[in-house]
Design a protein around this ligand. Structure first.
Ligand code: PEP
Length: 247
């Protein structure tokens, strides 16, 4: 079955290093049946355009500003990354929520701006350890979904991928159990059905993210529509193996 494999570089590598990465990944994934996306820093998007266009690998940004344009020094808009050939943007990542204080309201605005500019959205949701320990993870993620999807129409969901990323699993080496991944994904599907329809719930792509590695990816990918990989995507040989596998 075809899976969606997404790599999030976070703030790693230099544009000059990314050239080699992009060329290698493009070559190693030329026969893959999966959908492959890499999201390097903004500074690398020009390189991505040059070396990934025409390959099986799509690319995206890790953030956009919620405004279309204007006096927002240092910010980057959806239309700018779209103009560079990006097809995706990651929004609601736990690092943006915690370190840059992005609220569900801001993320909701960003989702609308991204969709209006023809970008597909990888929309991250997930609970922290206290919430999970208190057995409130499902209710927490459900509320996040309700808030970030407010005002998004069902036909726009074709351009939305949900990434379930428990905060305590992102960049920590701790992975959610297969049972927890499966139960959260089915809760998310149920909530999409409540908010939209059974058809939307069936169609939506839901991936897992949080310490996926070359050692543990097989079982995880089998339990989701794909994976969002941070640290482990930086090794192009390992990432290409995950991208090329038959699921
Ligand atoms: C991420 O950055 O979205 C992520 C899941 O990171 P890691 O794979 O390093 O946990």
């Amino acid at each position: 079955m075809k899976k969606l494999i997404i790599g999030n570089f976070k703030m790693n590598t230099k544009p000059s290093e990314f050239k080699h990465y992009a060329m290698t990944l493009a070559t190693k994934t030329k026969d893959t049946k999966n959908d492959v996306v890499v999201c390097p820093p903004f500074t690398h998007l020009y390189v991505a355009k040059e070396f990934l266009t025409g390959s099986k690998v799509e690319f995206g940004a890790q953030n956009i500003n919620e405004n279309e344009s204007g006096a927002y020094t240092g910010e980057v808009s959806a239309s700018m990354v779209k103009d560079l050939g990006a097809s995706y943007v990651i929004l609601g990542h736990s690092e943006r929520r915690s370190k840059f204080k992005e609220s569900d309201r801001t993320i909701n605005k960003k989702v609308k701006t991204a969709l209006a500019n023809g970008l597909k959205v990888v929309l991250c949701v997930g609970e922290n350890l206290v919430t999970r320990t208190n057995k409130e993870a499902s209710a927490f993620v459900k509320k996040q979904l309700d808030d970030v999807l407010k005002g998004i129409y069902e036909n726009e969901l074709d351009s939305v991928v949900i990434a379930y990323e428990p905060i305590w699993a992102v960049g920590t080496g701790k992975v959610a159990t297969i049972k927890d991944i499966q139960s959260m994904i089915s809760m998310i599907r149920k909530e999409i059905e409540n908010l939209y329809s059974a058809k939307a719930s069936e169609k939506i792509t839901i991936v897992y993210g949080g310490s996926v590695t070359i050692q543990n990816y097989k079982k995880i990918v089998a339990s989701a529509d794909g994976v969002l990989i941070g640290g482990a995507c930086l090794n192009v040989d390992d990432f290409a193996i995950i991208c090329r596998d038959n699921y």
